[in-house]
Design a protein around this ligand. Structure first.
Ligand SMILES: *Cc1c(COP(=O)(O)O)cnc(C)c1O
Length: 341
């Protein structure tokens, strides 16, 4: 029987078309810049995302950390939102790789107040670290989309202080789709952007880091330093091209499914859905352990061929994706009803 996997959109399998493209991809040694498929993907990605140049990287974490390493100097401080992926889910890599310290700004569903960001920027003082970078995450891992106006305000203040802005846009196409805008309207308020090909866009591997020509030139060398100089990477880049060509528009289906799931889950007495951050393909909800303990809920779901993660911060997260359709969600809801009865 089919496994319905709601743990993440990273679980999406490559499409048939991706498999075929990977099989027949023209390749070369990408460290020599000889891989035509990687070159094509990078050019295409730069155009779509609205930056001068782009670089194919192995993962989203790699892309973020490469951006941080390239923008900053050792000992700098960078500003991140307190629940951001860079802060919470990158294994402390910024301290290890770039050697920077993180300064957090407490956001509301990922949105930082520009005046809080301004206060977090360091003045010139012999005791203070230098503020080397401001990071924004859109869509935010909390499931919310950051308003363009907020990004514009942060970018404007960053410019007055001569600080670059990096966008962790792992799901930036989800953000653009959710607010029905061209992705460039979001990325134009940033100096660099990372986005994932391997999440809702269903490529098996890879992310993109994009920015100015000179930034990407520096990043290319740092990518080699970090061990990310890949050789015949066209094999995987081929799937990334299909991801950008064919998989962006269908994100609307994931968003519709996530809204459907949120609405149906909210009909359960014991489930409290977080509607204020149901903007993209994620549904967050509370279901207390006195109704069903976490381990039992997970194992009961698994017995019924549904994979879910445990709670984080007291909340479950279900993520819709291309391998989960409306019928699957109806089945999921029936099973929850049965488990909770
Ligand atoms: C998934 C994710 C990343 C990292 O991507 P990986 O490919 O898993 O390393 C970075 N930022 C955000 C917001 C993410 O959701």
């Amino acid at each position: 029987m089919k496994i319905i996997d709601l743990r993440s959109d990273t679980v999406t399998k490559p499409t048939e078309e991706m498999r075929r493209a990977m099989f027949s991809a023209e390749v070369g040694d990408d460290v020599y810049r000889d891989d035509p498929t990687v070159n094509k993907l990078e050019k295409m990605a730069a155009d779509i995302i609205g930056k001068e140049d782009a670089l194919f990287v192995p993962s989203g974490t790699f892309g973020n950390q490469l951006a941080i390493l390239t923008h900053t100097r050792r000992g700098d401080e960078i500003i991140v939102e307190s629940n951001s992926h860079i802060m919470m889910h990158e294994v402390g890599a910024s301290a290890v790789i770039a050697g920077v310290q993180l300064r957090t700004v407490q956001g509301k569903n990922g949105t930082m107040n520009p005046s809080d960001v301004e206060r977090a920027v360091r003045d010139e003082d012999i005791h203070f670290p230098n503020t080397g970078l401001i990071c924004i995450e859109n869509a935010h891992s909390s499931g919310a989309v950051i308003e363009i106006q907020n990004m514009k305000q942060i970018k404007e203040l960053a410019e007055t202080k001569n600080i670059p802005v990096h966008l962790d846009g792992a799901r930036v196409f989800n953000a653009a789709k959710a607010i029905k805008t061209d992705v460039r309207e979001i990325t134009k308020y940033t100096d660099s952007v990372m986005f994932c090909l391997s999440k809702g866009l269903a490529a098996p591997i890879g992310s993109i880091l994009a920015g100015s020509k000179s930034f990407i030139e520096k990043a290319r060398k740092n990518r080699k330093l970090m061990g990310g100089g890949l050789r015949q990477a066209g094999i995987i880049a081929a799937a990334g091209i299909i991801a950008l060509e064919k998989m962006v528009d269908r994100l609307d289906d994931d968003h519709d499914n996530s809204k459907y799931l949120a609405k149906e889950l909210s009909k359960f007495d014991n489930i409290k859905v977080k509607f204020d951050r149901n903007d993209i393909n994620m549904v967050f909800f509370e279901l207390h352990d006195d109704i069903i303990i976490e381990e039992k809920f997970i194992s009961e779901m698994l017995n019924r061929n549904i994979k879910i993660n445990g709670k984080e911060d007291g909340e479950y997260r279900f993520v819709t994706n291309k391998d989960v359709n409306r019928e699957d969600l109806k089945y999921v809801l029936e099973q929850i009803k049965d488990i909770l009865k």
